[in-house]
Design a protein around this ligand. Structure first.
Ligand SMILES: O=C1C=CC(S(=O)(=O)O)=CC1(O)O
Ligand SMILES: [Fe+2]
Length: 349
């Protein structure tokens, strides 16, 4: 059943972290996110272009996990429609009073059909937008939250759920038997607000923030080096095939994966075409053919239910992408008009 409420975009994530001070050092001192509010239990962070209270909540807890992914809807009336929709699906639904999350008005938090804790909100406190605060932005200058990436065992089923919420597919990865390994869907006019990565789930793969320029991503790498924290870098910097974005993947002190991302493309016209990649194309995940580190496929964050309990995992039945491309990515390539060769290193021709 197609939902009748209007989701605007991916808006904030709430992560449980085991050491608030260590997380503050990573997200504030190194990445440069702005502290809107902090107390003994939580830190509320935003990026420089954002005027809502936060786009990331770090909440202290015993077990690193995802507590919620939140989408902003177009009006407060849409929040009520969202609650009605997920109640009609038989999903657990929690009505949250204004202020249940500091800076957020009345909201609804559900466990969606994929097993993820998802919040829908509209009313939120406005705070200073640091767009022109070049005196504060530092070298990373992270501008806004861009997307969520989740691990889910059945990508077509997950895709159908998000399409029922009005999302459209921009790109996906398939094989010639039609197995779907991953897909990217959007509400805002960029490549995605949500990426569905085939794997045991529900787990959070990453949340991504955008910068305006590629050099700001390189500056973040240089800053990590200066802090002698280069071990936070998991993958990249590089250029994605899917999305065309320049990217960097980091792991925070608890292992939560954060992507820094820039330079994808506009998808706002109604006839925006879907681009399908062959799973054997070693340039799909890195346009330069660099291999994907195995941890990028295998490691991810636990998600919690509405009572704060870790969600049990459902194993993926279809082939795992990492296995199809022989461990790390890049051990195969496709080239127009040529037969599939034996597997080769990603940068071998
Ligand atoms: O945001 C993304 C865009 C592209 C890719 S991929 O590795 O190029 O498939 C991964 C990603 O989902 O993190
Ligand atoms: Fe991403």
């Amino acid at each position: 059943m197609t939902a009748s409420f209007d989701i605007i975009r991916a808006a904030y994530a709430e992560l449980i972290v085991s050491d608030l001070a260590a997380s503050r050092h990573f997200y504030v001192d190194i990445l440069g996110l702005v502290v809107t509010h902090e107390d003994d239990d939580a830190i509320y962070l935003r990026a420089f272009e954002e005027y809502l209270h936060h786009s990331l909540v770090l909440r202290r807890g015993p077990q690193p996990a995802l507590a919620a992914l939140a989408y902003r809807v177009r009006s407060q009336a849409e929040v009520t429609k969202a609650a009605t929709h997920f109640e009609s699906l038989g999903c657990p639904v929690e009505h949250r009073a204004s202020g249940a999350t500091r800076g957020i008005g009345e909201a609804v938090r559900v466990i969606d059909p994929l097993g993820f804790p998802i919040e829908f909100f509209y009313d939120a406190e406005h705070v200073e937008r640091y767009t022109r605060r070049y005196d504060l932005q530092g070298t990373g200058a992270i501008s806004r939250l861009d997307h969520f990436n989740i691990l889910t065992p059945d990508v077509p089923a997950a895709q159908a759920h998000y399409e029922s919420l009005g999302f459209k597919v921009s790109e996906d990865i398939q094989d010639d038997a039609g197995t779907v390994y991953a897909s990217w869907l959007y509400r805002k006019a960029t490549v995605h607000d949500i990426a569905l990565t085939g794997g045991d789930g529900p787990r959070l793969h990453h949340i991504a923030f955008a910068t305006h320029e590629r050099n700001q991503i390189v500056n973040i790498c240089d800053t990590l080096g200066a802090h002698r924290r280069s071990d936070h870098i998991e993958r990249g910097p590089g250029r994605h095939g899917v999305s065309n974005a320049f990217y960097l993947y980091l792991r925070d002190p608890d292992g939560h994966r954060i992507e820094i991302y820039t330079h994808d493309y506009y998808t706002g016209d109604p006839d925006n075409p879907t681009l399908t990649w062959d799973v054997h194309d070693n340039q799909r995940r890195d346009w330069w053919g660099n291999p994907v580190v195995p941890s990028w496929y295998s490691e991810a964050s636990t998600v919690l239910d509405l009572d704060g309990r870790p969600k049990p995992l459902v194993e993926r039945v279809e082939a795992q992408e990492a296995a199809v491309t022989i461990g790390a990515d890049g051990f195969s390539y496709t080239r127009e008009g040529e037969a599939m060769p034996e597997y080769k290193l990603g940068n071998q021709v």
